[in-house]
Design a protein around this ligand. Structure first.
Ligand SMILES: Nc1ncnc2c1ncn2[C@@H]1O[C@H](COP(=O)(O)OP(=O)(O)O)[C@@H](O)[C@H]1O
Ligand SMILES: [Mg+2]
Length: 269
């Protein structure tokens, strides 16, 4: 058994503020302990990852079209073992690139795929086109939600759009900010039942339950991943457990390579 590397994992949610960026950044941190990881900041309106981690990348993906800039200038190393690939503008911009620029971008992305194990994509929330495209381009979608009715309803709405309009039927679920394990499981079951009842053939896997933990907020205030700042806190333990399962996730492999498929999907819509 074994996954086909690199794997592209989109971290997304129906609703904002559920902890996507925290989960994505700390997952990157956890997976970087054993592999090569890049975190793509794709929440376009809001500069998220850089604020959360207290880093200030000077360049972004589109800088590669400027004279003399190479992909190694753009990948921003963090002290946590993974690099950030910043994007200031969205996939709208990507679609408008010239044929030559698209090829240049694909070649650059090919170069970063060398030896890469995971590309983690932190997206915005909701059912905007950009979120949907990132979900469609990735091999895995990790949907983050909180155990509250609004979050559940918005997660269901996102699953419904991805399934009915785009045929995507496999989702990994992370329940974050859980006050207790049983209510978290209950939320998952409710989502599962809604999907079973109204959507045909959607499969949901509970990837992990991350508890509500004051140390997460503390780490955010210090602009550090909670995993590095408070490695023994309950949230860190839960996150490590979830990350430990990821190598066993069954993933589809694209003929062209997963990274190429990802970028092609975004560039040639
Ligand atoms: N497990 C948790 N326990 C406590 N607070 C959390 C937890 N996860 C996230 N938070 C808090 O929720 C807020 C939003 O998190 P963030 O990752 O920015 O969400 P999103 O990217 O979904 O908008 C942050 O201020 C963070 O401190
Ligand atoms: Mg965010």
């Amino acid at each position: 058994m074994g996954a086909t590397y690199p794997q592209v994992i989109t971290v997304t949610s129906g609703k904002g503020g559920v902890g996507k960026t925290n989960i994505a950044a700390n997952l990157a941190c956890a997976l970087a302990q054993t592999g090569k990881v890049i975190l793509l900041d794709a929440d376009l309106g809001l500069a998220n990852v850089d604020v959360l981690l207290g880093v200030q990348p000077a360049m972004d993906l589109f800088t590669i079209f400027e004279e003399g800039a190479g992909i190694s200038d753009i990948l921003f190393p963090t002290p946590y073992g993974f690099s950030i690939l910043p994007t200031s503008s969205g996939i709208e911009t990507m679609a408008e690139l010239s044929t030559g620029q698209k090829l240049e971008l694909l070649n650059a992305m090919d170069a970063i795929a060398e030896g890469l194990d995971y590309l983690i994509v932190d997206t915005g929330a909701g059912i905007s086109d950009s979120v949907l495209y990132f979900c469609m381009a990735a091999q895995q979608r990790l949907l983050v939600l909180n155990p509250e009715p609004t979050s559940l309803a918005d997660a269901y709405a996102l699953i419904k759009v991805l399934k009915t309009r785009h045929g995507i039927d496999q989702f990994k679920i992370c329940i974050n900010m859980a006050r207790d394990p049983s209510s978290a499981k209950e939320s998952f079951v409710r989502l599962l039942e809604a999907c079973d009842q109204f959507l045909d053939g959607v499969s949901l896997d509970l990837a992990g339950v991350v508890p509500f933990d004051p140390d997460v907020r503390r780490a955010v205030m210090q602009q550090k991943p909670f995993l590095s700042k408070y490695p023994d806190c309950p949230a860190s333990k839960a996150l490590l457990q979830m990350a430990g399962q990821i190598p066993r996730w069954q993933a589809t492999a694209q003929d062209d390579g997963n990274i190429k498929f990802f970028w092609k999907s975004l560039l040639y819509r």
